[in-house]
Design a binder for this molecule. Sequence first.
Ligand SMILES: Cc1cc2nc3c(=O)[nH]c(=O)nc-3n(C[C@H](O)[C@H](O)[C@H](O)COP(=O)(O)OP(=O)(O)OC[C@H]3O[C@@H](n4cnc5c(N)ncnc54)[C@H](O)[C@@H]3O)c2cc1C
Length: 495
Amino acid sequence: MKQEQVIVIGAGIGGLTAGALLARHGYQVRVYEQAYVAGGCASTFKRKGFTFDVGATQVAGLEPGGIHDRLFRELGVESPEAKICDPACAVFLPGETEPIRVWHDRQKWQRERNRQFPKSEGFWQLLNSLFEVSWRFQGREPVLPPRNLWDLKELIKAVRLDTLITVPFALMTVGDALRLYGLDGDRRLSTFLDLQLKLYSQVDAKATALLYAATALRVSQAPQGLYHLYGSMQVLSDRLIEALTKHGGKLYLGHRVEKIHREGTKVTGITIRNLKTQQIWQEKASHVIGNLTVQNLVQLVNLPNYQKRVAKLPPSSGAFVLYLGVEAEAIPSNCPPHLQFLYDYTGPIGENNSLFVSVSQPGDGRAPTGKATIIASSFTDVSLWWKGSQEEYNQLKEKYTETAIARLSNYFQLSPEMIVHQEAATPRTFARYTARAQGIVGGIGQRVSTFGPFGFATRTPLANLWLVGDSVHPGEGTAGVSYSAATVVKQILSS
Ligand SMILES: Cc1cc2nc3c(=O)[nH]c(=O)nc-3n(C[C@H](O)[C@H](O)[C@H](O)COP(=O)(O)OP(=O)(O)OC[C@H]3O[C@@H](n4cnc5c(N)ncnc54)[C@H](O)[C@@H]3O)c2cc1C
């Protein structure tokens, strides 16, 4: 057994994965989580017999050989029971009653997109080729962006001759590729891409890095896919906690890390507060892993140059999320588990003009018999929610809730007697329960200037202080943050 002490700040999927893997390798791991429930943006809460997924509702990387599947095997715990989402999403554009269905089967999706977006197949084939190469490259777990010779060696090890075909596309956006194929005037296609990409990249098609989009737009088809978990999203964290404790690691809920200590260029430990007793103490560690946004990291440790880089980032999005517990009759028959609605072509995507909706499935453990859950989220500017009085905040929340319910009523039967429970989360709610600075969610955005090689690294300027989570490569999503955790573990094992 190694005696090296590792402290993990945060029990999101990134922190739990890193902690469990290091515990399996014999490190003494302690995970500190400020909330009383683990899982961060992929956790749940219960009300009146309903279980609501707080943020994440669908999971990539559970297929055989996918990142979650591989890590669960390595950790010696069972993969959670899950069902493939098919279609992965049904997208309704303004004024249209028939959705664009993103099918799991590749041929079926090809037929659907050819019907929906005539003359666009060349563009999709380009994305497909870039995806195939990028996926194989990511599967070899490159360290991106590299910060020392070892990282560079790992990056080069992951490169094959075919990887080089992606190089000319590394500085292109989806907007550039649309122009290349003469599709930039196709409003339906660019709106569909805006809607789908915003979910993953935080930005619209014009700004999303093409190589990132190639993966985001293709990951829902076979042999990959998006999965709906039985029980709730919490089972993902439950499995990781099982692995952590099985390998001797410890999880402390209700403990907030208030400071990261450094001596010269090396991390030495942390200051921690037990939120129940308010007791504060310091702990030393050989490695500290922050399951933190970069904006949170710079609040905990003095890193002047890093802080300047963080301050220059374009603003990150927040989320407004409406959680409804409803009678089952509120849901139309054959309703897919995930839908996306855009209500008005002229409005921005986000701020309630578009909603991403997840609906529970009969017997999936989220609602009592005869009932269902509907969770609808939209992106929002976080600054809207932090100005003004408490009363103004309450009014804004009420306005967003009413608008979302009115809009959802175009598809669901949401008369008052159908709604058993309703509740909403704003950036303030996310800031409180996930501690993310200002309640920002979903990482730093996947523009050309901030994705992959140009993004933030898992290594920080301080030796042995590491970052996992959706601020670093390959970005947001439970699968993405698991990759970042696996990278940090490789880096620590090599050090
Ligand atoms: C509305 C919404 C919908 C989403 N939908 C999906 C989806 O369908 N599929 C998908 O894959 N992804 C989705 N995502 C994104 C996904 O949830 C996140 O990218 C991912 O869960 C982030 O994991 P993480 O480990 O990086 O961090 P987090 O989930 O943010 O976890 C970090 C943890 O650290 C704790 N912490 C922070 N600071 C401290 C401190 N100082 N001391 C102690 N603890 C601390 C927090 O409390 C938190 O538990 C969605 C996100 C949102 C908000």
